[in-house]
Design a protein around this ligand. Structure first.
Ligand SMILES: Cc1ncc(COP(=O)(O)O)c(C=O)c1O
Length: 433
């Protein structure tokens, strides 16, 4: 008799083959250490910093015996997995980001699914930016709320899909009177820095809009600061602190796996909300808590940020962003008319973040070309991003040098010239960048 699993493998194999023919098959690769990193989310290059590593080892050596010699936590925080170190880290992070309280989660993904899965009450609504992270979508699916998207970063545009329009429709719709009376809660979910486009949310305007449309205080803004944590604002406190909106944003999610070079996340919120999450957030309750080595790494990274030693790195990162912008703009200007389908760099001003998308219908070709020249970049294609917006996602890091950026842009320039000559379009010779 044919084994069940082999029949199922056959089903999977044909699904994978279909995906393969569409050029959308996902694969695991091991990053090669000798390539120059223009891909990871380690924006500050802290994960390999010698000083932080030494401070981390010292912390492990000096930790109390009941904490320091345990690789794992031993259980859920609600059973045996809680520790003074976990609670101390929550206080450190909350103080650093100017929040009343915080609750750790094992990842940003779990923080979002935990928060959105239980925060809305029956009948509540979650209004979210259309480019919000997959984990928020999954959280909404787990919740008892209705989800409605608004157009990316469109707060007050005339479009019927602007945030203002969506909120206005809600307050005039079927349950409008209950919404206006503050009996239905509206959660508004945005990211401070969008992970694929690298643009910032117009957060001050979003806050104004929500307060105007929901004056009874039933608009609750949740900001996912995953890609802002550690580098945006003074000492990397994030966008909410940078704009002084701590008291007008209901909850924030900070993740430790990106600029902070560690792993895990925290939801910043009121003490009562924290207590509610402890009771109802399934991804907090039904999982083994972080062990001491992980907590110690995050605590060490926070101390580094708070000490101000991060400032020279931030300054270097800002210059890299400006320099890259100059070089990419010059590539596009020289290959006029703009090389349609080849590479489209759309930033008019200096990019707002170290994430710079290079839109091209040939994302895989560009990424492979750059990888062969020793630059690690990755193609990001549908369904990870909306169809028609395939790109190579360039990520700059404080650990990159000006020369590396120069080399990368020179290779992009050569690729553009090659592609254009293949397509028969006239192309400028790559010139000295
Ligand atoms: C905006 C955003 N939120 C949340 C997450 C999830 O964070 P983590 O990697 O810690 O699970 C990510 C990571 O890709 C992200 O980009």
């Amino acid at each position: 008799m044919e084994r069940k699993s082999s029949r199922l493998d056959g089903v999977y194999a044909s699904i994978l083959a279909r995906r393969g023919t569409q050029g959308r098959l996902r694969r695991l690769t091991i990053p090669t250490p000798e390539t120059v990193d223009f891909s990871s989310n380690s924006y500050l290059s802290l994960s390999r910093d010698q000083d932080i590593w030494s401070a981390y080892l010292d912390r492990l050596q000096q930790s109390p015996a009941n904490q320091g010699f345990s690789l794992g936590s031993g259980g859920s925080r609600l059973l045996d997995g809680n520790s003074a170190a976990a609670e101390a880290l929550e206080c450190t992070a909350a103080a650093f980001h100017g929040a009343p309280a915080g609750l750790l989660f094992n990842s940003g993904f779990e923080a979002n699914t935990g928060l959105f899965g239980c925060a809305p009450q029956p009948g509540d609504v979650v209004v979210y930016d259309e480019l919000i992270h997959a984990s928020v979508h999954d959280g909404i699916r787990l919740s008892r709320a209705r989800g409605i998207s608004f157009a990316h970063n469109c707060v007050r545009g005339k479009s019927r899909t602007s945030l203002d329009h969506v909120l206005s429709e809600l307050t005039q719709g079927q349950d409008g009177h209950r919404l206006r009376a503050g009996e239905i809660n509206v959660f508004v979910a945005v990211e401070s820095v969008y992970s694929m486009d690298g643009d910032l949310a117009p957060l001050a305007d979003i806050v104004e809009c929500v307060e105007e449309r929901l004056p009874n205080g039933n608009g609750y803004i949740v900001v996912d600061e995953a890609h802002a944590t550690g580098w945006l604002g003074e000492r990397g406190r994030g966008l909410v602190c940078h704009l002084g909106l701590e008291d007008r944003v209901w909850a924030r999610v900070h993740t430790f796996g990106k600029a902070m070079g560690c792993a895990g996340a925290i939801v910043l919120c009121s003490p009562t909300t924290r207590q509610y999450l402890i009771n109802y957030a399934r991804s907090f309750i039904y999982t083994t808590a972080m062990g001491y080595p992980t907590l110690a790494g995050i605590q060490t990274a926070y101390e580094y940020l708070e000490s101000g030693r991060v400032e020279p790195r931030l300054a270097h990162l800002r210059s890299l962003i400006k320099h890259t912008h100059r070089l990419l703009t010059s590539i596009c200007t020289r290959h006029q008319p703009p090389p349609r389908d080849v590479v489209l760099y759309t930033k008019e001003g200096v990019p707002e973040s170290p994430i710079i998308p290079l839109f091209t219908a040939h994302a895989r070709s560009l990424a492979e070309y750059l990888q062969r020249r020793g630059f690690m970049v990755r193609p990001i294609v549908a369904p990870t991003v909306p169809a028609g917006t395939d790109r190579v996602r360039l990520c700059l890091h404080a650990g990159n040098t000006m020369e590396e950026v120069q080399g990368l842009c020179k290779a992009i320039d050569e690729w553009v010239a090659e592609k254009l000559s293949e397509s028969g379009e006239p192309s400028e010779k790559p010139s000295k960048l």
